[in-house]
Design a protein around this ligand. Structure first.
Ligand code: NAD
Ligand code: UDX
Length: 468
């Protein structure tokens, strides 16, 4: 396996597989990278001018390498056969059935990948866990691989979790804080480290045993989410006491031991990772007989649920205890700015609460459309009640619409709820927006994005997280 003939395959062309492999292909023009997926429309989108995910800077990276040494295809078995290294980057959602339902990771897709690799491999392959997995998953992956019927097939298994954040994926991949590689075979670890070493400094490539690597990914997400829940807990106390959460965050964040990042109070964290990975950690702790540790981490998720509910309750209470038949403009539906990803977005939960209060919602998000919004609401209501009742379908069909700008969404509305921190919301002509709204005009800032003084002067009644 000389470096010039190295062939890489990545199973899973999602938010991680696509950008990660595009970056490897960009930085290593001599390495052939095949990204494979069973989802035909996703692969077609990766091969088109409209990529399936929105990520600043990604179009340029993909355009540079696609067709040269970066290929997107549904030919899974062929790509496995011809590759030296195979990344598994498939989804590992929270289980919704059976043992561990609502907590454990669903490893069905990872196991299917391992079986496909075992079936189609000939010669030596390095199999790399890129998906976020429970500790000791590599043990199961190894056992499945070693049951391969082809006697010429042999495998090394590495853990190489991904730390990119959506919205900043390209810069995170280009200049990562660290690359983590866990494994048993030093030779395999070095081969993968050589790939990243083309653009990442050796000091930033951390090499550990398999289990430390798998656990570090869960722990990193748990620590990050814990900071958000901590500042959100403080935001509730700020509202009760007259303190200002941004001032508190600044005051504590200047302590170099605490640091300023991830102290922005919000309507609650969302995204496909934080909640899923903490619940997975909680399940593992319970599995290993550590209920106190499980309860400690579960509190991070419970605090997040509390924050989302606290926000929607504040909207209803502030608007004279009823939002029934009132138009509310929802600014932002993605779980953070600069992404079209809505998985576990706090906006889904707030919109669900407001719909149940019979509000009429007009939603504007620069990257999310009506179908995706409806699907998220239907998914949440179905999973919470086991089935989608006629009442809930009606609520969604009759009371959810989208607008094509923030201003249009606010026109004629009783209130605006800012749920994603898109930069363009700061540049809105608030004088005009105010004039177009019903009075009193309320603005609920779930991201502490707006200049409250300016809005108050215009006439808005402003509620912001952690501000009394
Ligand atoms: P995703 O749902 O966007 O993509 C996963 C893809 O895998 C899908 O397109 C699906 O069709 C494909 N797939 C599933 N089974 C397959 C199979 N047997 N063969 C071929 N393709 C298959 O998921 P994602 O957000 O890219 O996350 C992937 C993994 O990376 C998860 O474990 C996640 O926890 C982890 N992770 C995600 C992020 C993030 O920001 N999204 C960051 C770090 C780590
Ligand atoms: C996270 C991790 O940051 C990343 O390392 C990992 O690989 C995947 O999970 P991501 O979920 O894409 O990345 O975005 P992140 O920037 O971490 O934000 C997660 C959520 O927390 C968002 O809803 C965001 O708005 C919220 N958040 C973040 C806050 O509310 N306040 C903060 O200070 C930071």
């Amino acid at each position: 396996m000389s470096e010039t003939s190295l062939k890489i395959c990545c199973i899973g062309a999602g938010y991680v597989g696509g950008p990660t492999m595009a970056m490897i292909a960009k930085q290593c023009p001599d390495i052939e990278v095949n990204v494979v997926d069973i989802n035909e429309s996703r692969i077609a989108a990766w091969n088109s001018d409209t990529l399936p995910i929105y990520e600043p800077g990604l179009d340029e990276v993909v355009k540079e390498a696609r067709g040269r040494n970066l290929f997107f295809t549904t030919e899974v078995s062929a790509a496995i056969k011809s590759s030296d290294m195979i990344f598994i980057s498939v989804n590992t959602p929270t289980k919704t059935f059976g043992i561990g339902s609502g907590r454990a990771a669903n490893l069905e897709f990872v196991e299917k990948c391992a079986r496909e690799i075992a079936l189609h491999s000939d010669g030596h392959k390095i199999v790399i866990e890129k998906s976020t997995l429970p500790v000791r998953t590599a043990e199961a992956v190894k056992r499945i691989l070693n049951s391969a019927s082809n006697e010429n097939a042999s495998f090394d298994v590495l853990s190489n979790p991904e730390f990119l954040a959506e919205g900043t994926a390209v810069e995170d991949l280009l200049d990562p804080d660290r690359v983590l590689i866990g494994g048993e075979s030093q030779e395999a670890i070095e081969r993968l480290a050589d790939v990243y070493g083309r653009w990442v400094t050796p000091a930033s490539i951390i090499k550990t045993n398999l289990w430390s690597s798998e656990l570090s990914k869960l722990a990193a997400n748990a620590f990050l989410a814990q900071r958000v829940s901590s500042i959100n807990a403080i935001s509730a106390l700020c509202e009760a006491t007259g303190a200002d959460v941004d001032e508190v965050a600044n005051a504590i964040g200047t302590d170099s031991r605490i640091g300023p990042k991830f102290l922005k109070s919000s309507v609650g964290f969302g995204g496909s990772c934080f909640q899923k990975d903490i619940l997975n950690l909680v399940y593992l702790c319970e599995h290993f007989g550590l209920p106190e540790v499980a309860a400690y981490w579960e509190q991070v998720v419970l605090m997040n649920d509390y924050q989302k509910r606290r926000f929607s309750t504040a909207v209803v209470k502030t608007m004279f205890n009823t939002v029934s038949d009132k138009k509310i403009a929802i600014w932002g539906f993605a779980f953070k700015k600069d992404t079209n990803d809505t998985r576990e977005s706090a906006a889904i939960y707030v919109c669900r609460d407001l719909l149940e209060e019979r509000a009429r919602l007009t939603i504007y998000d620069p990257k999310v459309g009506l179908e995706q919004i409806k699907q998220e609401l239907i998914y949440l209501m179905t999973s919470e009640y086991g089935t989608l009742s006629e009442k809930h379908r009606q609520l969604i069909d009759d009371n959810v619409e989208v607008a094509n700008s923030a201003e249009a969404a606010a026109s004629g509305a009783h209130a605006i709820a800012v749920l994603t921190e898109w930069d363009e919301f700061k540049d809105v002509d608030f004088d005009a927006v105010y004039r177009s709204m019903k009075k009193p005009a309320f603005l609920f800032d779930g991201r502490n994005l707006m200049d409250r003084c300016k809005l108050n002067k215009i006439g808005f009644e402003v509620y912001a997280m952690g501000k009394s």
